[in-house]
Design a binder for this molecule. Structure first.
Ligand code: NAP
Length: 276
């Protein structure tokens, strides 16, 4: 039996225990999966305990970079993103499975990005991972970020995309909301963009011109961004499957197993049906 946990500032309501237990059971492994909420000031003092207590653990906000000094090595995307969400404790290796989850979200929803134009709103933590994965996949990526300094930093760091201080009102194959606007205390809102010299919440004017609208928020299931897209008959993709796929990838790492897109898709369909 694997001894696992998710570690974050407040993970008391996290879906991780349920999701990982489901995936691991389907992969033929049993686990005990706990939630560990840690006050940011106490993270350093408690980090060693995590390595002693668990076979592996997941890391979430705000500790994805704080965990790095406690690790011996970073693998793949963890190294290039500079952020870790999955840790093997014995080996002290950190991984990042967000990019895998994002690409599988698109692939399993039938959203093609190679040589397609993609407008991404928000170049924060997850936005940066998405930009990197999409440029590597050969997408024509446009990024709008209201924080100009951040946009310039991300451009210097990753490059390969068109940075936008203002969003031209024109068609894009895919539009992605990576701002987090539409959840928690912003339910019913859409992110603000600068368009035609005016700052305003993104709405039907732009969304209706796009082929597919992808939302990275996973709760609520239908954000205002997706509601508008549906109203405009634009194909919509919600963020819940991405959460599931990044968890699936983490569990494959725990088991030393190669991930399989079809297997993950089948599991997600079953999981979402059982938890509808
Ligand atoms: P983050 O680091 O805070 O980045 C959010 C970005 O959006 C920032 O650049 C922020 O700029 C910008 N932004 C905030 N409010 C805005 C507004 N009103 N208009 C335009 N831009 C705005 O957050 P994150 O960690 O990247 O997470 C973003 C979202 O992705 C969250 O909803 C999170 O739940 C979701 N997520 C989903 C998954 C999944 O598996 N589905 C995985 C990871 C994250 P400022 O700094 O100026 O505010």
């Amino acid at each position: 039996m694997l001894n696992l946990a998710v570690v974050g500032k407040d993970v008391s309501q996290s879906q991780s225990p349920k999701m990982h237990s489901f995936i691991l059971k389907n992969l033929g492994e049993s686990c005990r999966y706990e939630t560990v909420s840690i006050c940011p000031d106490e993270f350093s003092a408690r980090a060693e305990y995590l390595f002693a207590q668990y076979d592996a653990f997941n890391v979430t906000i705000p500790f994805k970079t704080d965990i790095i000094p406690f690790l011996s090595a970073l693998e793949g995307d963890a190294l290039s993103f500079g952020a870790v969400n999955t840790v093997l404790t014995k080996e002290k290796i950190g991984f990042n499975t967000d990019g895998y989850g994002f690409l599988l979200l698109l692939e399993n929803a039938g959203v093609e990005i190679t040589s397609k134009s993609v407008l991404l709103l928000g170049a924060g933590g997850v936005g940066r991972s998405c930009i990197k994965k999409m440029t590597e996949a050969g997408a024509d990526v446009y990024v709008y970020e209201r924080n100009e300094m951040r946009l310039n930093d991300v451009y210097r760091e990753i490059g390969g995309f068109t940075p936008l201080n203002e969003v031209p009102l024109r068609p894009y194959d895919v539009i992605i909301n990576a701002t987090g606007i539409g959840m928690h205390d912003t339910v019913g809102m859409t992110p603000e963009i600068c368009c035609n010299g005016e700052r305003k919440p993104v709405g039907a004017e732009l969304i209706s011109l796009c082929g597919t609208a992808v939302e990275l928020i996973y709760v609520p299931e239908t954000t205002e961004f997706l509601r508008i897209a549906k109203e405009c008959n634009v194909k919509t993709v919600g963020g819940a499957a991405m959460l599931f796929y990044q968890a699936y990838r983490a569990d494959c790492i725990y088991l030393g197993k190669e991930p399989c897109a079809q297997e993950a898709k089948k599991m997600w369909e079953q999981y979402s049906k059982e938890n509808a």
